[in-house]
Ligand binder design. Sequence first.
Ligand SMILES: [Zn+2]
Length: 128
Amino acid sequence: MGWLRLFENRPLSTLDLAFVMFVVGIGWVTWDFIRTTWWLLADRIIPASEMLISWGEPPAQLESFKESGTRLIGLVRYSATCPECAAAIELRYGQAHQRRRLFGCCVEAPHEHVFTFDRVKRQGWRIH
Ligand SMILES: [Zn+2]
């Protein structure tokens, strides 16, 4: 109904702009939820939203795993210490064609100390 009011021949009001912003916001949140759920089911692991962890905590991940034949989704935290500089390693998405692949990136040198991540074997190898 509110959408149809936008096509009336009348001056544009602040309420109209607020409505459009609200619809775009709802659309964005819905799309983001669908996309992250799809990526979780397809890739088995995604970075957890900031809504799921508190501010002071290190990043966590949502993981889809099988337990007793049932597929579950759990909040997990994979962490490691960088073998080059002893700083923490965080899982981050890659770039370009590897934007859905998680890499272990050192928090002190995130572009230099980069490692692969195999969540099944729970190990990785240095890339850079
Ligand atoms: Zn490092």
